[in-house]
Design a binder for this molecule. Structure first.
Ligand SMILES: NC(=O)c1ccc[n+]([C@@H]2O[C@H](COP(=O)([O-])OP(=O)(O)OC[C@H]3O[C@@H](n4cnc5c(N)ncnc54)[C@H](OP(=O)(O)O)[C@@H]3O)[C@@H](O)[C@H]2O)c1
Length: 171
C-alpha cells in the first residue's frame, strides 16, 4: 500500500497529550506548559499550520510568522486577511503544497482525519492524570519510529512532560 498523496511535502503533526490521549477541555488546553508553547512556536515558525475551526476559535488570532489554514464547512466564515479557509483536508494540504513541512496542529477532529497522512509526529507527553473532553485518535505506535525523547520533571504547577519526535516507519 502506498502512502496517501501529500503534494510532495513532509506533512507533520504536533500535539500535546496525556498518555491516555487527552488533548483538550472546554475548547482549550487542559494545562499550561510554557516550554511546550515555546517548542510549538520554534518548530512551526515560518511554516503553514492547518487547524480545525474550533482550534482557530480557541487561539483567537493568527499566530505570527506562520500561514494559518482553517478547516471549516462554513462557506461564509469570515477570517482575517492572510488566513486561508479550506473546506476539506485535501484542500488544506493542497494549499500548503509550497511549504516543505506543513503542520497539522489540531484539534481532535482534524488529528483523526490527518493521522493516516502524516509522516512525522511531534508529541509532547503530559505525564499527569488530567480530566477533559477532547481526545487524540487511537493510533498504532508500531507504524512510527521514535527518534527523539527528552523528559522534564514536574515543577511547581507544571506537570512533568516528555518531548518526543516520531517518523513514519511503515504505511
Ligand atoms: N493538546 C493539543 O496539542 C491541542 C491542539 C489543538 C487543539 N487542542 C484542543 O482540541 C479541542 C478542539 O478540538 P475539536 O476536535 O473539538 O475541534 P477541531 O478539530 O479544532 O475543529 C473541528 C471543526 O473543524 C471543521 N472541520 C472538521 N473536519 C472538517 C473537514 N473535513 N472539512 C472542513 N471542515 C472540517 C469543522 O468546523 P465548522 O464547524 O466551522 O464547519 C469542525 O467543527 C480544544 O479543546 C483545543 O484546545 C489541543
Amino acid at each position: 500500500m502506498s502512502l496517501p498523496e501529500t503534494s510532495g511535502c513532509k506533512l507533520s503533526l504536533i500535539v500535546a497529550m496525556t498518555r491516555e490521549g487527552l488533548i483538550g477541555r472546554d475548547r482549550d488546553l487542559p494545562w499550561k506548559i510554557s516550554a511546550d508553547l515555546k517548542r510549538f512556536r520554534s518548530l512551526t515558525m515560518g511554516h503553514t499550520i492547518i487547524m480545525g475551526r474550533t482550534t482557530w476559535d480557541s487561539l483567537g488570532r493568527a499566530l505570527p510568522g506562520r500561514t494559518s489554514i482553517v478547516l471549516t464547512r462554513k462557506a461564509d466564515l469570515v477570517l482575517p486577511e492572510g488566513v486561508l479557509r479550506a473546506g476539506s483536508l485535501d484542500e488544506a494540504i493542497a494549499l500548503a503544497a509550497g511549504d516543505s513541512e506543513p503542520f497539522i496542529i489540531g484539534g481532535g477532529e482534524i488529528y483523526r482525519q490527518a493521522m493516516d497522512r502524516v509522516q512525522q509526529l511531534y508529541v509532547t507527553w503530559v505525564e499527569a492524570n488530567i480530566e477533559g473532553d477532547t481526545w487524540f485518535p487511537a493510533w498504532d505506535p508500531s507504524k512510527f519510529r521514535l527518534l527523539e525523547e527528552t523528559s522534564h520533571p514536574a515543577e511547581g504547577t507544571t506537570p512533568a512532560f516528555t518531548f518526543t519526535r516520531y517518523e513514519r516507519a511503515a504505511p
